[in-house]
Ligand binder design. Sequence first.
Ligand code: SF4
Length: 484
Amino acid sequence: MWFTDHMLFQYRRCHRRTYLDTYGDPTLKDPPSDYFVKLRQDSAEHRQTILDQFATLSRPTYERYDWETGAAATYRMMAEGVDAIHRGVLIAEGPDGTRYRTEPDLLIKQQGDSWLGDWYYVPYSVKFGKKPKPEYQLTAAFSAYLLAEIQGVWPETAWLFLKDKQYSVNLERYVPKLQEALDDCHEIMASATAPEVFISRNRCSLCPWLSHCYAEAKATKHLSLLPGVTLTRYPTLVDLGLTTVEALADISATRLTTALGTEHHISEKLIYQAQATAHGTAIPRLHTGYFPLEAYQVPTANIELYFDIEAAPDKDLIYLHGVLVVDSNKQQQSFHALVAEQPEEEEKAWFEFLSLVNSYPDAPIYHFCPYEAQTVARLGQLYGTNGTDISALLNRFVDIHKRVVDSVALPVESYALKHLARWMGFEWRDEDANGAQSICWYDDWLTTGDRTHLDTILRYNEDDCQATYRVKDWLVNFAQPFWQ
Ligand code: SF4
């Protein structure tokens, strides 16, 4: 069996993924989302930009999947001392008949003694991320390890070409981690069953096994579907015998606090969450007294603004400020899309936004999560404010997500806007719309000029504003009696 850099990469993110990628039924995989395809394309472009910086690159030729021939061709190039090898194949023997294999983006020749002569090679990996994620460093250390097996000397480092910088991996630190990871992988792959499912939004959202794993988590009522049950907390809950929502709903907060080593209000929140899910009902947290009562109060006004931003992080661009104006006196609503139809119009859209919100100087501005407030502060610094006092503007911002999570436990799997608003009966007009998809639609608009893509983004953004409005109204109605 081959143990590859891809396997290690996935192992670092999810042990179950390592297993499923090898033994799972591929027909159960989800098709790649548009956003995933875009990330793959952007990553390939980034890789090409880096490779173009090298005047000469040698690449071993071999039939696809004929790794032995590829490794032999790579070795010949290394022995000849070529300066730079692109996608060379490195193979070494592992324990119990397993074999290790990797194809680093680049092997660059350096001066120094090795089995090859008075030169040796250092591995370089091109990664699209901005930060040296542990999975990047682990796979880079794997390349260094296989190189050491082949050339008889360790490179002093393994390099990462990241999005904005070059990063040197500390092999002294990462080689022991690599050994541990390889041992774990051997154990996982020798097992008769896949590692336990654990749904975690961050790591599962782009995984092709998500539908398959989610179905299993649903069928077994897995605790990972409960907000607040993290990968770190889960083993402790299992040790306490708390493997069901009902069991967690019944435990005392003091016992849980001691076991988890958290603050009391966090355990309490987890228990409220379990109770809300177990009973299928909303449970107020207002009476716990941890936060001052005012922190829970949601301001209301005759004219209210609901605000949502669309961004394209790959272009470092804010391309849409969507604002829903709700006038209760006149029983009127109007949606304003302040959009940068081209990336260079970001500044224009920003000032249009300022002009709109300044025309309702007393209206609270509701948004969901801190991103909108952070972005307004950033754009204010970037483009100036044309006389607008940004601190005063930000004082009108009300983060509805924070108000909800601080004041109530709901029977939902996540406190993302989609989950909350749907639980409250709201539906988006485009069922599959989401932030990642809107980034792809904006790209489609820029490349094709087809206005349908832009219109779809505006509709999605307006629905997000409407959903925030729904959640805010629900919260006001629900929490009002507890403020008395
Ligand atoms: S969906 Fe999540 S749990 Fe399942 S394999 Fe992927 S990352 Fe792992």
